[in-house]
Design a protein around this ligand. Structure first.
Ligand SMILES: Cc1cc2nc3c(=O)[nH]c(=O)nc-3n(C[C@H](O)[C@H](O)[C@H](O)COP(=O)(O)OP(=O)(O)OC[C@H]3O[C@@H](n4cnc5c(N)ncnc54)[C@H](O)[C@@H]3O)c2cc1C
Length: 458
């Protein structure tokens, strides 16, 4: 039933208002609460976190995110519900189902796949234990008047007879926007942000599901790997779940998505592009239902500079939405919380100067992450099918074993360390040149050896 506005209410001023109780908001609120700061967190969804959240996609949790979970004392509880995976299993195109494995690191370290909704639930439950934090669900921020630090919310409440909603206004001394890529906090300061860039990809994604077999086994060989079917502009990935199922995400151009209109179009599409996967899906009707379940989502990159304006700070996707192809969006958002805490300590608890320091310390890394996430999209879609990609991967791991103090594998530094994204990228640039040079020398040497052998034989 449509909600109607019944009343208006103004509440007392709060020291810190955190907007958004997805993933980054609860962690930031918890840390501030531990510093003795009183925080009110406002989340648009209801407490059960169902409905609007929708995205049940599994997220890969790596070191940066894990460190933030360790910081708030929830890592063990979360780890119990994750599924480890150790690298990529690439399904080679037109090969009759052949695959190639690429481990993330020579040490075979694991990234952990975690259900997004469940992670959010656990974080909010943890936050309830913090006596300095109050959580308000069903509070949707509409806008902020920053001249007088006032936030305006629409509050939804399930009444006895019908759902109703009313408006409230609160004043806050400091406001942190953790309200995701469509951030209302960011919109309210957009005119004051010096640099703002939003790029929307032509691709959309559909969320699908591959259940385990009837005996409860994984339908795909290598259930401890991240699966990729790279076919140029069409790409599909499979993220392992607990219980041997996979969350499948199909990335396709919007025009292709729009051209698939009927159940038989869906099946035709899968027969054409992913026949090996289609064979493993036990219930075609479920596939069709999943395909049409939701309007396909667009992918965004958002770059801002700075991340603060007076007493307002943006964190997580609100500040830096990146493409999912580096598996770092959430991890970087969680790392924001750790870095903001460092800044706060350096600035003796002054939130506004800590926010300035946060921008200084973070922007270069987050802009690099946005660029590298886009770059990795191209590599995953097309690059993994080239011989050059595999030669470089082999050389990279060989050099990292032979010269461990000089040469390091790049992706493990991104996922298994807290090294700065910008510094890792600088290293990547010179290492790439070196690897290319070595590859060329190897090719020339092999040609010389072959021609030498041929000259003896002929
Ligand atoms: C397909 C896909 C796969 C991904 N895979 C990975 C991965 O493997 N690893 C990884 O690290 N990252 C991944 N990401 C990125 C990750 O999902 C985000 O970076 C992460 O969710 C950001 O967390 P957040 O808390 O900033 O925002 P969100 O998780 O979006 O949370 C924002 C919260 O704010 C609330 N909200 C919104 N507007 C308002 C309002 N006006 N008032 C009050 N509340 C509001 C929302 O209800 C929500 O709860 C992926 C993203 C996509 C799209």
């Amino acid at each position: 039933m449509a909600a109607e506005l019944l009343k208006e209410e103004t509440r007392e001023e709060v020291p810190v208002a955190v907007i958004g109780g997805g993933i980054v908001g609860p962690v930031m609120a918890y840390i501030l609460g531990e510093h003795g700061i009183r925080v009110h967190l406002y989340e648009a969804r209801g407490k059960s976190l169902d409905g609007s959240q929708g995205r049940a996609i599994n997220l890969s949790l790596s070191s940066r995110g894990m460190d933030a979970l360790v910081r708030i004392g929830i890592s063990e509880e979360v780890l119990k519900e994750t599924t480890p995976f150790y690298g990529r299993c690439i399904h080679l195109p037109n090969s009759g189902g052949k695959t190639k494995l690429q481990y993330y690191s020579v040490k075979k370290e694991a990234v952990h796949s975690m259900n997004r909704r469940r992670l959010s639930e656990l974080l909010l439950k943890k936050l309830e234990e913090n006596p300095n934090v109050k959580i308000y669900y069903e509070h949707k921020l509409m806008n902020i008047e920053h001249q007088n630090n006032t936030l305006h919310f629409n509050v939804k409440r399930a009444g006895e007879e019908k759902e109703s909603s009313y408006k409230i206004s609160i004043k806050a001394k400091f406001i942190i926007g953790c309200d995701g890529f469509n951030s209302s906090v960011r919109k309210s300061v957009l005119g004051s942000i010096l640099h703002y860039q939003q790029d929307i990809l032509d691709e959309v994604y559909h969320e699908l599901y591959l259940p385990p077999t009837q005996n409860g086994e994984s339908a795909l060989q290598h259930s401890d790997m991240f699966h990729i079917w790279p076919l140029g502009e069409v790409m599909l990935v499979g993220v392992p779940n607990k219980g041997n199922s996979f969350n499948i995400i199909l990335f396709i151009p919007l025009s292709v998505s729009k051209s698939i209109k009927t159940p038989s179009d869906v099946l035709k599409f899968f027969k054409k592009y992913f026949p090996d996967l289609l064979e493993k899906i036990p219930n075609e009707n479920q596939l069709i239902k999943d395909f049409f379940r939701k309007t396909p989502s667009r992918l965004n990159t958002i770059k801002c500079y700075p991340y603060h304006y007076g007493n307002i700070l943006l964190l997580g996707d609100a500040a830096h939405s990146v493409l999912p192809f580096y598996g770092q969006g959430m991890n970087a958002g969680l790392e924001d919380c750790l870095i903001f805490e460092e800044c706060l300590q350096e600035k003796d608890g002054d939130l506004e100067t800590a926010a300035e320091l946060f921008t200084d310390r973070r922007w270069k890394d987050l802009h690099t992450l946005a660029d590298q996430s886009l770059h990795n999209f191209t590599t995953l879609r097309k690059g993994v099918n080239s011989n050059r990609f595999w030669i470089n991967i082999k050389l990279e791991s060989l050099l990292s074993v032979l010269l461990p103090n000089v040469f390091k594998q790049i992706y493990p530094m991104v996922v298994f360390s807290r090294g700065r994204y910008s510094e890792i990228h600088e290293r990547e640039k010179w290492q790439k040149k070196l690897v290319n040079m070595i590859a060329i020398i190897i090719i020339i040497m092999s040609m010389l050896i072959i021609s030498l052998i041929l000259s003896f034989v002929i």
